[in-house]
Design a protein around this ligand. Structure first.
Ligand code: FE2
Ligand code: FE2
Length: 204
């Protein structure tokens, strides 16, 4: 698949593109977006390792998550280098409400907990893929090339999470309904995965 097809597949899964208001806000706040991006790569690696800790009996899952974690840490290093080249000082940026909201929706008992967690992974990776494609049209050439280079990797992660969920789902797990339930809401803070910015009071 070419880059556009990969992004289209992710967008079809998400069922909605990133809103223009998010893209405009992101382009105006690139330092925040880049610092949050570095954090997201680190968290993506940590999430992948978490699956290995929690489900040690599933060797196939462990192998895939180990590979995925290594790729995410490589991305983390690449974003850190970009921050350094641009003279963007390290700063604390709080975590996005988006991922926390998705994780709250995860079932507490197995096997639904594993399946929901894999779908949350698919959502976050698909959103990354879709956002890189969209953001590339709003940023300078170096950053656009960087985002487009990451896109294929994140699309691959999206497919890994989705395929794992599909292959481990018992026939009575309502996969399509769970995907539909994990859609995002408006956000009051700008982060890499956040939803459309909440409109200030009084604005249209
Ligand atoms: Fe990544
Ligand atoms: Fe990823």
């Amino acid at each position: 698949m070419d880059r556009a097809a990969l992004s289209d597949a992710a967008t079809a899964f998400l069922a909605c593109s990133s809103p223009a208001a998010w893209l405009a806000a992101a382009a105006q706040n690139l330092a925040t977006v880049l610092i949050d991006h570095a954090n997201c790569e680190m968290k993506a690696a940590s999430t992948a390792l978490g699956f290995i800790y929690r489900y040690p009996e599933d060797r196939d899952l462990a192998t895939r998550m180990s590979r995925l974690a290594r790729e995410e840490l490589r991305h983390f290093e690449q974003v850190q280098s970009l921050l350094d080249r641009r003279g963007i000082a390290p700063a604390y940026v709080s975590a996005s409400r988006y991922a926390a909201g998705l994780h709250e929706a995860v079932a507490r008992s197995e096997p639904e907990r594993l399946l929901d967690s894999l779908l949350v992974g698919a959502f976050i990776e698909a959103r990354s893929c879709e956002r890189f494609e969209q953001l590339a049209g709003f940023v300078d050439g170096e950053l656009a090339r960087f985002y487009r280079g990451l896109l294929a990797s994140e699309a691959g992660h999206f497919q890994v999470y989705l395929a794992l969920a599909q292959s481990r789902a018992p026939h009575d797990y309502p996969l399509a309904e769970r995907v539909a339930a994990l859609r995002s809401e408006p956000d009051s803070q700008l982060r890499f995965h956040s939803g459309p910015p909440v409109q200030p009071r009084g604005s249209a």
